[in-house]
Design a protein around this ligand. Structure first.
Ligand code: MN
Ligand code: MN
Length: 404
């Protein structure tokens, strides 16, 4: 349909009495009008699937105001880099400009597929989304590490520590990688095959003390990075005889922890208090039942970087100085909350909502608006907000991260 024809069709719908401007959210297609006397129809050009997916942009709540920068980016808006053993894509400060403290990578390894032995300048924190993987590392003191991880498990490799990841049976794995630097780039890691290709052969002979013939079949680095390989044997078969394990283990079973549970949902918090090696990333996995909400709060230590795993939600962010903005999220999105800004997250779907909150910090911390008010002299709060005595008494003194 040409634009002209589509416009005619829209006008015909309007003339025919369809409630285009009075029930914007229910109209098909949705129109930028939150009610009579606000906004109007959008005759186009327009992208209806995007407008439909972002109702809080098309029809922001009347409490939104000001010019808060963009705080959402979808992995679906990034290029998939496909290799022989899987794929990878990333959301960094180049995609989501405000995200200076953290970058994320979403990676898939087919069964047997290996993310090449490598290291990088940033620490790497990971959350397993699907399947199983074998991870390995060696630290600067010659301690070694090898483990198998599955859904809900984490790993953490400190900056500069060399490591590998391999997808296991039956269908490999998918995971989220989080780096403690928004400028991180998956294409600038230190790769084993890349370095070998750039060392003179006589230096290799001298270093390893073996004949030059050993280095005649080095791979083209472009064939590694993520490449297929036979499945490894059991975990025991990959243990190195005589090796000393790392003193602080690099993996952690996040969802095996006891969550903070309430009627509205659950929160699992993992920071260096329970996963000691994770010195630069703290995390919370949040599960919100339909109708529930991650309560009004903020974080007193640093920015929040989110990864949306399943379900649908809406986040409102308050930036001080009268500024406030609302965003809609779904699976595969990245969200961001700059340091200290007040926010909440509602489940707007009919299935449980799951997302990760991540912080470039050794510890997790949040301040609850309700707990603050409940533990402040009541007369003081009432002088600000005009709450009744009954409302004051109902304020919860115990923090409730997810409210029904
Ligand atoms: Mn890595
Ligand atoms: Mn938060």
């Amino acid at each position: 349909m040409t634009m002209f024809n589509r416009r005619d069709a829209l006008m015909a719908i309007t003339a025919g009495g369809a409630a285009v401007t009075t029930a914007a959210q229910a109209a098909d297609p949705p129109q930028p009008s939150r009610g009579p006397g606000f906004g109007g129809t959008d005759p186009g050009p327009r992208n209806i699937p995007l407008d439909t997916a972002q109702p809080s942009l098309l029809n922001p709540p009347s409490t939104d105001s000001g010019t808060i920068p963009n705080l959402r980016f979808s992995f679906s808006d990034t290029p998939m880099k496909q290799y022989t053993g899987g794929w990878t894509r990333q959301v960094t400060a180049r995609e989501l400009g405000i995200s200076k403290s953290i970058a994320g990578v979403n990676m898939r390894l087919n069964a047997g597929g290996i993310r090449e032995l490598h290291w990088h300048k940033q620490a790497e924190w990971a959350f397993m989304l699907y399947g199983t993987a074998r991870i390995s590392a060696v630290d600067e003191q010659g301690h070694n590490f090898v483990d198998d991880v599955g859904p809900g498990d984490l790993w953490y490799f400190p900056a500069g520590i060399p490591h590998s990841i391999q997808g296991l049976a039956a269908d490999g794995c998918e995971f989220l990688l989080v780096f403690d630097d928004g400028e991180f780039d998956e294409d600038s890691t230190f790769l084993l095959s890349d370095w070998f290709k750039h060392i003179p052969p006589d230096v290799l002979v001298k270093n390893f003390g073996v004949g030059a013939e050993n280095f005649r079949n080095l791979p083209d680095p472009s064939t590694r990075y993520i490449f297929p390989a036979p499945l490894p044997g059991g975990l025991d078969s990959d243990r190195i005889a005589g090796a000393t394990p790392v003193p602080r283990i690099f993996s952690h079973h996040m969802t095996a922890q006891a969550p903070i549970a309430s009627r509205g949902g659950k929160v699992w918090i993992t920071d260096s208090s329970v996963f000691p090696i994770s010195q630069s990333i703290a995390a919370a996995l949040v599960e919100i039942e339909p109708g529930g909400m991650r309560e009004l709060h903020w974080h007193p230590n640093t920015d929040e970087w989110q990864y949306w795993i399943s379900g649908k939600g809406r986040m409102g962010v308050f930036a001080s100085h009268g500024q406030s903005r609302t965003f809609d999220f779904s699976a595969g999105d990245v969200g961001y909350v700059p340091f200290a800004m007040g926010h909440y997250v509602e489940n707007t779907g009919d299935t449980p909502l799951r997302f990760l909150e991540m912080f470039k910090s050794s510890y997790y911390a949040d301040v609850s608006l309700e707990q603050w008010l409940a533990l402040t002299p009541p007369e003081l709060v009432q002088a600000h907000l005009g709450f009744s005595d009954a409302a004051m008494q109902s304020l919860r003194k115990t923090k409730t991260p997810v409210v029904p």
